[in-house]
Ligand binder design. Structure first.
Ligand code: WTA
Length: 633
């Protein structure tokens, strides 16, 4: 599945465009199927309907686990580094991971789980999180992992949307010096959720919890019931290639987060292929992805992709800055990490601590570096290259999305010539296209436009859970017959792609996607707030910060307190990741005569670019702009 030279890449790329079905069929033949497909691809972007490997049968966990046992059962699958560096690390070989997944799959069955059920997972970054995810896939249940930083309300929204019947959680989690009471947050969420019958609780932090009779059970007690050798086996449910594998909620420009749906066959082929090819993974290499399994990066490139390739992954529970800003580098040294895949926000944050934290660390094991989540600016690119890669490691800047399932535009390590700040070229099988506002293709090089994809790839989303129309309108209706990514993009003179950021109302804060509408809704829940408008502004470390313009008519001397209250509301309603960095109270928002908020103007003010606000004459009340400008933070 790996191309070995740039010439080969160009050849393979051409073939993948000319004969996409043949190309993907050859790739798919590298995986283990219970039955092969009748048809490689059936599609239209109008409905949309996308079916890959139709008629094929498989279970993704056989590809992630069983398949490696005979030759590589003793190879470490997961090396787990705890939050506290003084606590012992754990290693799970492929055989051990297989046994634990089967065992927990039997626990799920004992607790009433069946194929097709939706199971919510809200857990810390411990091996049991990977085990829970894989155990769901083993029995054909659909997992919906919710990142451990989301609030009770966000969890409740997601559980209700998917009608989950089981929740898997832990008593609490450790993040640096913080302890997050996960079970107690779940209890708050479940007050609203009638569908949940069982809550399985792992012991991690020994945070006190209340267990509800008949509903809540301990992970460890349930495991005791299946401790026999027989229970180390659990037949892998036979799944259709197009059966749902998981739902993962992500923010869009309007309304509540939507449940992006990925299916078993295409997602497996796509994550396995892209992982193997882009990182040029070789047996024995130690790979460390610093993401959380609660995000797509963790799903595709901690859980599924690397495991299909029999890779050894480091999984880290804590945060890069605790006990100090050298933590990631200590982990690289401790496990002799070869491939490090992280995010621009982490790189910039660690950069800001100066060179002392990298001094004296042994980076000699590193051969390849990767980045994901937001544009990797040139300064950070060079720092990563020089200080961490010592000028010897390719930087694989992978552009992709929750919806794409896996890497789309990305260098192939040691194959694609690099350019700082560029995601470089599309991987084989990916057909990007730039369009103008009217959907007209912008051909040629040295151009910018909105980034679309014109042909399906196996890892793409199939629908948004419970609302196919929303999937159609969000991704396939803006430009007919194209998948619209929501990103702006530059294609330079060499045909290289540089992603310039979202062109819709989605913010990217520390690599986390946040909808401005979601934040506004949360702010507007505060009793003193009449209305609000949220935009992003450039932030040295986070990439983007959250700037809120808030109309609060009855403020007196308590504005600082009200700001804090509003921030607290957002944390409670969505989660701390969405908390505004800046709140400016204003007497009104700039609106057009039809009542539409002119975000363009607010964005400029938030960016500090007030010299050229463009035409404000169509505004209902142009004076308000002067006031906002004067009070800008
Ligand atoms: C942004 C994360 C520039 C982009 C895998 C995209 C990037 C959104 C890059 C998806 C990159 C991701 N360079 N921008 N290498 N990778 N993005 O769904 O705006 O959390 O649309 O998926 O992150 O974020 P998501």
């Amino acid at each position: 599945m790996q191309v070995k030279s740039f010439e080969e890449y160009q050849q393979v790329y051409r073939k993948s465009v000319e004969q996409p079905e043949q190309f993907w069929e050859d790739i798919a033949n590298n995986f283990l199927w219970k039955k092969k497909w009748d048809k490689v691809l059936d599609w239209n972007f109008k409905e949309p309907r996308i079916e890959w490997f139709k008629g094929a049968k498989l279970n993704i966990t056989e590809n992630c686990l069983d398949r490696h046992l005979e030759k590589n059962g003793d190879t470490p699958a997961i090396i787990w580094e705890p939050n506290d560096p003084h606590e012992d690390h754990r290693i799970l070989t492929y055989q051990q991971l297989h046994d634990k997944v089967c065992q927990f799959a039997n626990v799920l069955k004992n607790n009433g789980a069946k194929k097709g059920d939706r199971i919510c997972i809200y857990m810390p970054m411990v091996p049991e999180l990977a085990i829970a995810v894989l155990a769901c896939a083993r029995i054909g249940a659909i997992h919906s992992v919710v990142f451990g930083g989301f609030s009770a309300q966000s969890i409740a929204d997601r559980i209700k949307d998917a009608e989950c019947n089981i929740v898997i959680t832990a008593d609490g989690s450790f993040r640096g010096t913080k302890e997050v009471p996960l079970k107690s947050i779940i209890d708050d969420a479940l007050v609203q959720c009638q569908s949940v019958q069982k809550v399985i609780v792992l012991t991690r932090s020994h945070t006190p919890v209340s267990m509800i009779k008949g509903r809540d059970v301990w992970w460890e007690d349930e495991i005791k019931k299946v401790e026999t050798q027989r229970n180390m086996e659990c037949p892998a449910e036979e799944m259709d290639a197009e059966d749902m594998l998981f739902i993962l909620y992500t923010s869009g420009s309007t309304g509540k987060p939507k449940g992006v749906v990925h299916t078993c066959g295409g997602y497996m082929v796509y994550t396995g292929y892209t992982f193997s090819n882009a990182f040029q993974y070789q047996p024995g290499e130690v790979y460390f992805c610093t993401a959380d399994i609660g995000w797509i990066t963790g799903h595709s490139y901690i859980a599924y992709g690397p495991l299909t390739q029999g890779a050894t992954s480091v999984m880290f529970e804590g945060i890069p800055t605790w006990p100090n800003a050298g933590r990631l580098w200590d982990i690289v040294e401790k496990y002799k990490v070869n491939i490090l895949y992280t995010a621009p926000t982490a790189i910039r944050s660690l950069m800001s601590f100066g060179d002392d934290v990298v001094k004296g660390k042994d980076f000699s094991s590193l051969t390849k570096l990767g980045s994901v989540g937001e544009p990797l600016n040139e300064e950070a690119w060079h720092w990563f290259d020089e200080k961490i890669g010592k000028g010897n490691c390719p930087i694989v800047d992978t552009w992709w999305q929750t919806e794409t399932g896996g890497f789309m535009i990305s260098p192939i390590a040691n194959v694609t010539p690099l350019k700082p700040g560029y995601a470089t070229l599309p991987l084989p099988g990916v057909q990007p296209l730039l369009v103008d506002e009217n959907g007209k293709e912008i051909a040629g090089n040295g151009v910018s436009g909105n980034l679309c994809i014109k042909f399906p790839w196996p890892g793409m989303l199939r629908t948004t859970y419970g609302d196919h129309e929303r999937c159609r309108t969000t991704y396939f209706a803006t430009y007919p017959n194209l998948y619209f990514t929501g990103d702006g993009c530059l294609r330079d003179e060499d045909g290289y792609y540089r992603i310039t950021g979202r062109v819709d109302d989605v913010l990217n804060v520390s690599g986390h996607r946040i909808g401005t509408a979601e934040v506004e809704n949360a702010i507007n829940m505060h009793s003193s707030v009449v209305e609000s408008a949220v935009v992003g502004y450039p932030h040295d470390i986070k990439g983007q910060g959250v700037y809120a313009f808030v109309v609060c008519p009855n403020l007196h001397d308590d504005s600082e307190l009200t700001k804090k209250d509003i921030m607290m509301s957002v944390s409670r309603i969505i989660g701390a990741i969405a908390r505004p960095d800046k709140i400016q109270f204003v007497s009104g928002l700039p609106k057009t005569r039809s009542g539409k908020i002119m975000r363009r103007i607010l964005r400029k003010i938030a960016e500090g670019d007030t010299a050229n606000l463009g035409d404000t004459s169509t505004l209902l009340d142009p004076a308000v702009v002067e006031e906002i400008k004067a009070g800008a933070l």
